[in-house]
Design a protein around this ligand. Structure first.
Ligand code: BGC
Length: 245
């Protein structure tokens, strides 16, 4: 059995667990710590190190980050401190985790990989978009099972505003939107994805996906619309799987 520690760094929480990368199963209960505020490089890396120490982890680690990562360097940081921009994220996290080798991917890309490998997208060769609804909106686009990394479709404009500032789950919570009010915003957003990319399948992930019965039935999209099967663990699993391929 290959076991890798997955650490999912989000705008609200940082969570990790050892993952059996052949089955995608967590082999110990996940450990979650709130994302420090401000979410600076030192503060976030410190928490990632705490997660690794919680599991006495010294082997390979896969991590996620909520921003664009190109050639191992963070290029955007919308929901974390701007001092991340320009950082060599793998080496910063490796130093914080006692020197373990670390591989890092965008959080939504990692979640998408997990769903394509073990969840709602398994076996799909057509166009699939995974959308993660949390502090922001993340996206992962797959064509014939291949990921187009860093798509950042939560940054698309809607009514003169960045889509994630209208339709992320954090906006629903902050503004006390009803499921119906939020679903209206979400449907407009998913309609934009339908028109831009003509996906065959849209997978809805993020923490709120465990309450999918509250809002998925209110949404109508051209693409088939399904909840993520790994729910909010997809980031951890995808991070771990990415580190071993
Ligand atoms: C970031 C994305 C991330 C998404 C979900 C956005 O604000 O720009 O990179 O995937 O939030 O965390």
């Amino acid at each position: 059995m290959t076991t890798t520690l997955g650490i999912d760094i989000g705008g609200t929480g940082i969570k990790g667990a050892p993952v059996d990368t052949a089955t995608g199963e967590l082999i110990a209960p996940r450990h979650r710590i709130l994302t420090p505020d401000p979410a600076t490089v030192d503060a976030v890396a410190g928490v990632a190190g705490e997660v690794a120490r919680h599991f006495d982890w010294t082997a390979a680690i896969g991590a996620t980050f909520p921003g664009v990562i190109a050639d191992g360097v963070i290029r955007t940081a919308v929901n974390v401190d701007k001092d991340w921009i320009g950082t060599d994220v793998a080496s910063v996290l490796s130093d914080a985790c006692g020197g373990s080798p670390v591989t890092v991917r965008n959080d939504a890309d990692a979640a998408g990989i997990a769903e394509m490998t073990f969840g709602a997208g398994r076996g799909r060769t057509d166009t699939v978009i995974m959308v993660t609804l949390g502090t922001g909106i993340g996206s992962a686009v797959f064509v014939d099972g291949h990921l187009v990394p860093n798509t950042e479709l939560g940054g698309l404009p809607i009514r003169g505003k960045v889509a994630e500032k209208r339709a992320a789950d954090s906006v629903r919570e902050r503004d006390g939107l009803s499921w119906k009010q939020w679903a209206k915003r979400l449907e407009e957003y998913l309609g934009l994805l339908d028109d831009l990319l003509w996906p065959d399948l849209i997978i809805i992930g993020g923490g709120v996906s465990k309450k999918h019965d509250k809002f998925l039935p209110l949404l109508s999209t051209r693409a088939e619309l399904v909840p993520a099967q790994l729910l909010n663990e997809a980031g951890i699993v995808g991070a771990a799987v990415s580190a071993t391929v």
